[in-house]
Design a protein around this ligand. Structure first.
Ligand code: MYR
Length: 185
């Protein structure tokens, strides 16, 4: 078999992936910039990014379940691990850690040390108060709502604000039991 050269399938695949990732990062940056121009108030931009994420999340969960072969999680702890390890890998190409569980297992932090959304990003002073990656909190909230979990997702740490990592707190507010749609008789 011929040795894999610089244009082997793998090399082409990974360079296409890298270009796609960069395009995604730059496109997201352009969206945030446009929202800042259109909405003016940083708080409104945060809300809009969260809403956009929510609308993506409620759709993306189907793709996630179909592609990942993940079966129903036994509890919220397993769900959080699935998001951080499988979901983030599938849609962002990175994994995250789950930490800081509260005593009853309904609140945790998802911590990202590597965040492709912020490659090339530097925020000017006029953007203080902006949660640049707010789309992610919306995506998680939307996706979890579609599997019957009402959550509140908030940023605790943000490297664009000078913190040492990105940390999202995910709090389970309510778990709606899914009903079997047919009677068993
Ligand atoms: C279950 O049914 O309990 C498992 C449900 C897992 C839902 C996982 C949703 C994945 C969301 C991916 C988020 C990606 C963020 C970039």
């Amino acid at each position: 078999m011929a040795p894999a050269g610089p244009r082997s399938g793998d090399a082409i695949f990974s360079s296409v992936e890298r270009v796609n990732a960069e395009l995604f990062t730059l496109t997201y940056g352009a969206i945030v910039r446009q929202l800042l121009t259109d909405l003016e108030e940083v708080e409104e931009v945060n809300k809009q990014l969260d809403l956009m994420g929510y609308n993506i999340g409620i759709r993306l969960v189907d793709e996630f379940l179909a592609k990942s072969n993940v079966s129903r999680c036994v509890d919220f702890k397993e769900t959080a691990e699935v998001i951080a390890k499988v979901g983030f890998k599938m849609f962002l190409g990175v994994t995250a850690s789950v930490m800081n569980w509260d005593a009853d297992g309904t609140c945790c932090s998802i911590i990202m040390e590597d965040n492709p959304l912020v490659d090339f990003v530097e925020l000017p002073d006029t953007c203080q108060g902006l949660y640049y990656c707010n789309i992610l909190s919306g995506v998680i909230r939307g996706a979890l709502e579609m599997v019957s979990m009402k959550t509140e997702v908030t940023w605790v740490r943000d490297m664009l604000r000078g913190d040492d990592a990105f940390e999202l707190q995910v709090k389970l507010l309510k778990q709606v039991p899914e009903e079997y749609p047919y009677k068993d008789d």
